[in-house]
Design a protein around this ligand. Structure first.
Ligand SMILES: Cc1cc2nc3c(=O)[nH]c(=O)nc-3n(C[C@H](O)[C@H](O)[C@H](O)COP(=O)(O)O)c2cc1C
Length: 204
Protein backbone atom coordinates (compact mmCIF):
# COMPACT_ATOMS: atom_id res chain seq x y z
CA UNK A 1 0.00 0.00 0.00
CA UNK A 2 1.37 3.38 -0.89
CA UNK A 3 -1.44 5.78 -0.14
CA UNK A 4 -1.27 8.65 2.31
CA UNK A 5 -2.22 7.51 5.83
CA UNK A 6 -5.26 8.57 7.77
CA UNK A 7 -7.90 8.54 5.05
CA UNK A 8 -11.37 8.19 6.54
CA UNK A 9 -13.51 5.56 4.83
CA UNK A 10 -16.95 4.23 5.84
CA UNK A 11 -17.73 0.54 5.39
CA UNK A 12 -21.18 -1.00 5.70
CA UNK A 13 -21.61 -4.77 6.04
CA UNK A 14 -25.11 -6.08 5.29
CA UNK A 15 -26.72 -9.49 5.18
CA UNK A 16 -25.82 -10.71 1.69
CA UNK A 17 -23.49 -13.67 1.38
CA UNK A 18 -19.77 -12.84 1.21
CA UNK A 19 -18.45 -11.98 4.68
CA UNK A 20 -14.95 -12.82 3.49
CA UNK A 21 -15.06 -9.94 1.00
CA UNK A 22 -15.98 -7.58 3.84
CA UNK A 23 -13.27 -8.60 6.29
CA UNK A 24 -10.60 -8.68 3.55
CA UNK A 25 -11.58 -5.18 2.44
CA UNK A 26 -11.63 -3.79 5.98
CA UNK A 27 -8.27 -5.41 6.74
CA UNK A 28 -6.69 -3.93 3.60
CA UNK A 29 -8.05 -0.45 4.40
CA UNK A 30 -6.71 -0.70 7.95
CA UNK A 31 -3.34 -1.93 6.72
CA UNK A 32 -3.12 1.16 4.53
CA UNK A 33 -3.55 3.33 7.65
CA UNK A 34 -7.20 4.23 7.16
CA UNK A 35 -9.65 5.38 9.75
CA UNK A 36 -12.43 2.90 9.02
CA UNK A 37 -15.93 3.85 10.17
CA UNK A 38 -17.71 0.50 10.30
CA UNK A 39 -21.45 -0.12 10.42
CA UNK A 40 -22.87 -3.65 10.43
CA UNK A 41 -26.57 -4.38 10.00
CA UNK A 42 -28.27 -7.02 12.14
CA UNK A 43 -28.10 -9.50 9.26
CA UNK A 44 -24.52 -8.44 8.62
CA UNK A 45 -23.67 -9.45 12.19
CA UNK A 46 -25.32 -12.80 11.63
CA UNK A 47 -23.43 -13.18 8.36
CA UNK A 48 -20.04 -12.65 10.03
CA UNK A 49 -20.75 -15.39 12.58
CA UNK A 50 -22.35 -17.85 10.15
CA UNK A 51 -19.79 -17.57 7.36
CA UNK A 52 -16.60 -16.97 9.38
CA UNK A 53 -17.40 -18.35 12.84
CA UNK A 54 -17.71 -16.92 16.32
CA UNK A 55 -14.15 -15.60 16.18
CA UNK A 56 -15.34 -13.02 13.63
CA UNK A 57 -18.21 -11.73 15.78
CA UNK A 58 -18.34 -7.96 15.67
CA UNK A 59 -17.31 -7.60 19.32
CA UNK A 60 -13.94 -9.24 18.59
CA UNK A 61 -13.53 -8.31 14.93
CA UNK A 62 -10.30 -6.32 15.44
CA UNK A 63 -8.58 -9.34 16.93
CA UNK A 64 -9.96 -11.56 14.17
CA UNK A 65 -8.51 -9.25 11.52
CA UNK A 66 -5.11 -9.14 13.20
CA UNK A 67 -5.02 -12.92 13.56
CA UNK A 68 -6.11 -13.60 10.00
CA UNK A 69 -4.31 -10.81 8.16
CA UNK A 70 -1.44 -9.90 10.45
CA UNK A 71 -0.50 -7.04 12.74
CA UNK A 72 -0.29 -4.69 9.76
CA UNK A 73 -4.01 -4.04 10.24
CA UNK A 74 -3.10 -2.14 13.40
CA UNK A 75 -1.80 0.69 11.20
CA UNK A 76 -5.38 1.93 10.93
CA UNK A 77 -8.21 2.57 13.36
CA UNK A 78 -11.59 0.87 13.45
CA UNK A 79 -14.61 2.73 14.81
CA UNK A 80 -17.85 0.77 15.12
CA UNK A 81 -21.21 2.54 14.82
CA UNK A 82 -24.69 1.21 15.53
CA UNK A 83 -26.80 0.87 12.40
CA UNK A 84 -29.67 2.37 14.40
CA UNK A 85 -27.74 5.55 15.21
CA UNK A 86 -28.71 7.79 12.32
CA UNK A 87 -27.20 10.65 14.32
CA UNK A 88 -23.66 9.22 14.14
CA UNK A 89 -20.83 11.29 12.64
CA UNK A 90 -21.01 9.63 9.22
CA UNK A 91 -24.72 10.54 8.96
CA UNK A 92 -23.67 14.13 8.24
CA UNK A 93 -22.10 15.59 5.13
CA UNK A 94 -20.13 17.95 7.38
CA UNK A 95 -18.09 14.99 8.65
CA UNK A 96 -15.02 14.52 6.52
CA UNK A 97 -15.51 10.94 5.43
CA UNK A 98 -14.27 10.71 1.88
CA UNK A 99 -15.83 7.50 0.57
CA UNK A 100 -17.93 4.49 1.49
CA UNK A 101 -18.24 0.86 0.48
CA UNK A 102 -21.17 -1.39 1.30
CA UNK A 103 -19.76 -4.91 1.13
CA UNK A 104 -21.62 -7.15 0.74
CA UNK A 105 -24.71 -5.13 -0.13
CA UNK A 106 -28.04 -6.94 0.29
CA UNK A 107 -30.84 -6.37 -2.18
CA UNK A 108 -32.78 -4.76 0.65
CA UNK A 109 -30.09 -2.19 1.41
CA UNK A 110 -29.52 -1.69 -2.32
CA UNK A 111 -33.20 -0.79 -2.63
CA UNK A 112 -32.93 1.62 0.29
CA UNK A 113 -29.90 3.34 -1.24
CA UNK A 114 -31.44 3.46 -4.71
CA UNK A 115 -34.52 5.21 -3.32
CA UNK A 116 -32.78 7.47 -0.81
CA UNK A 117 -34.68 6.03 2.15
CA UNK A 118 -32.04 6.64 4.88
CA UNK A 119 -33.81 4.27 7.29
CA UNK A 120 -30.58 3.06 8.89
CA UNK A 121 -27.12 4.52 9.38
CA UNK A 122 -25.80 2.46 6.45
CA UNK A 123 -28.49 3.87 4.15
CA UNK A 124 -28.08 7.39 5.51
CA UNK A 125 -24.28 7.39 5.19
CA UNK A 126 -24.65 6.11 1.63
CA UNK A 127 -27.15 8.88 0.92
CA UNK A 128 -24.63 11.40 2.25
CA UNK A 129 -22.00 10.09 -0.15
CA UNK A 130 -24.37 10.54 -3.08
CA UNK A 131 -25.60 14.01 -2.12
CA UNK A 132 -22.06 15.22 -1.41
CA UNK A 133 -20.84 13.71 -4.68
CA UNK A 134 -18.38 11.47 -2.85
CA UNK A 135 -17.48 7.96 -3.83
CA UNK A 136 -19.95 5.22 -2.96
CA UNK A 137 -19.13 1.62 -3.87
CA UNK A 138 -21.94 -0.95 -3.70
CA UNK A 139 -21.04 -4.65 -3.77
CA UNK A 140 -24.35 -6.46 -4.38
CA UNK A 141 -24.57 -10.25 -4.26
CA UNK A 142 -27.61 -12.04 -5.51
CA UNK A 143 -28.37 -14.41 -8.34
CA UNK A 144 -30.48 -14.51 -10.38
CA UNK A 145 -31.72 -10.95 -10.15
CA UNK A 146 -35.27 -9.68 -10.39
CA UNK A 147 -36.20 -6.69 -12.50
CA UNK A 148 -36.64 -4.44 -9.42
CA UNK A 149 -33.15 -5.45 -8.23
CA UNK A 150 -31.65 -4.68 -11.64
CA UNK A 151 -33.48 -1.37 -11.71
CA UNK A 152 -32.17 -0.52 -8.24
CA UNK A 153 -28.62 -1.05 -9.49
CA UNK A 154 -29.29 1.25 -12.43
CA UNK A 155 -30.84 3.90 -10.17
CA UNK A 156 -27.84 3.73 -7.83
CA UNK A 157 -25.42 4.05 -10.73
CA UNK A 158 -27.40 6.97 -12.14
CA UNK A 159 -27.15 8.67 -8.74
CA UNK A 160 -23.36 8.31 -8.85
CA UNK A 161 -22.62 5.04 -7.07
CA UNK A 162 -20.11 2.53 -8.40
CA UNK A 163 -21.96 -0.78 -8.67
CA UNK A 164 -19.31 -3.46 -8.22
CA UNK A 165 -21.02 -6.86 -8.02
CA UNK A 166 -19.35 -9.64 -6.05
CA UNK A 167 -18.06 -11.43 -9.15
CA UNK A 168 -14.52 -12.67 -8.62
CA UNK A 169 -12.57 -13.48 -11.77
CA UNK A 170 -10.57 -16.61 -12.47
CA UNK A 171 -7.98 -15.37 -14.95
CA UNK A 172 -5.48 -14.71 -12.14
CA UNK A 173 -5.46 -18.42 -11.27
CA UNK A 174 -6.98 -18.41 -7.77
CA UNK A 175 -6.06 -21.39 -5.58
CA UNK A 176 -8.16 -20.60 -2.56
CA UNK A 177 -11.17 -18.73 -1.27
CA UNK A 178 -8.73 -16.14 0.06
CA UNK A 179 -7.44 -15.55 -3.47
CA UNK A 180 -11.00 -14.89 -4.64
CA UNK A 181 -11.63 -12.56 -1.70
CA UNK A 182 -8.35 -10.75 -2.39
CA UNK A 183 -9.51 -10.13 -5.95
CA UNK A 184 -12.80 -8.61 -4.82
CA UNK A 185 -11.13 -6.57 -2.07
CA UNK A 186 -8.64 -5.29 -4.63
CA UNK A 187 -11.47 -4.21 -6.92
CA UNK A 188 -13.17 -2.46 -4.01
CA UNK A 189 -10.00 -0.67 -2.89
CA UNK A 190 -9.34 0.40 -6.46
CA UNK A 191 -12.86 1.82 -6.75
CA UNK A 192 -12.31 3.68 -3.47
CA UNK A 193 -9.18 5.27 -4.94
CA UNK A 194 -6.47 3.14 -3.35
CA UNK A 195 -3.52 1.47 -4.97
CA UNK A 196 -3.06 -2.11 -3.82
CA UNK A 197 -1.28 -5.38 -4.47
CA UNK A 198 -4.16 -7.68 -3.65
CA UNK A 199 -3.99 -9.35 -7.06
CA UNK A 200 -1.49 -9.11 -9.89
CA UNK A 201 -2.44 -6.69 -12.67
CA UNK A 202 -3.21 -8.22 -16.03
CA UNK A 203 0.05 -8.20 -17.96
CA UNK A 204 -1.39 -8.87 -21.40
C1 LIG B 1 -28.26 -17.11 5.27
C2 LIG B 1 -28.79 -15.92 4.54
C3 LIG B 1 -28.20 -15.56 3.32
C4 LIG B 1 -28.66 -14.44 2.62
N1 LIG B 1 -28.03 -14.11 1.45
C5 LIG B 1 -28.44 -13.01 0.79
C6 LIG B 1 -27.75 -12.61 -0.39
O1 LIG B 1 -26.77 -13.22 -0.83
N2 LIG B 1 -28.15 -11.46 -1.00
C7 LIG B 1 -29.19 -10.71 -0.52
O2 LIG B 1 -29.48 -9.68 -1.11
N3 LIG B 1 -29.86 -11.08 0.61
C8 LIG B 1 -29.49 -12.20 1.26
N4 LIG B 1 -30.16 -12.58 2.42
C9 LIG B 1 -31.33 -11.80 2.84
C10 LIG B 1 -30.96 -10.57 3.63
O3 LIG B 1 -30.11 -10.91 4.72
C11 LIG B 1 -32.24 -9.90 4.14
O4 LIG B 1 -32.93 -9.33 3.05
C12 LIG B 1 -32.00 -8.85 5.17
O5 LIG B 1 -33.24 -8.27 5.52
C13 LIG B 1 -31.04 -7.79 4.70
O6 LIG B 1 -30.98 -6.77 5.67
P1 LIG B 1 -29.78 -5.75 5.73
O7 LIG B 1 -29.62 -5.16 4.38
O8 LIG B 1 -30.22 -4.73 6.74
O9 LIG B 1 -28.58 -6.50 6.19
C14 LIG B 1 -29.73 -13.67 3.14
C15 LIG B 1 -30.28 -14.01 4.37
C16 LIG B 1 -29.81 -15.11 5.07
C17 LIG B 1 -30.41 -15.44 6.40
Amino acid sequence: MSDRPGRRIAVGITGASGALYAVRSVAALLASGCQVELVVSDFGRRLLREELGEAAAIEVLSEYLATRYGDGVRAGTLTLHSNRDVGASIASGSYACEAMAIVPCSMKTLAGVAHGLSRTLIERAADVMLKERRRLVLVPRETPMSLPQLRNMVASAEAGAVVLPAMPAFYQGPRSLDDLADFMAGKILGALGFSHELYPPWAG
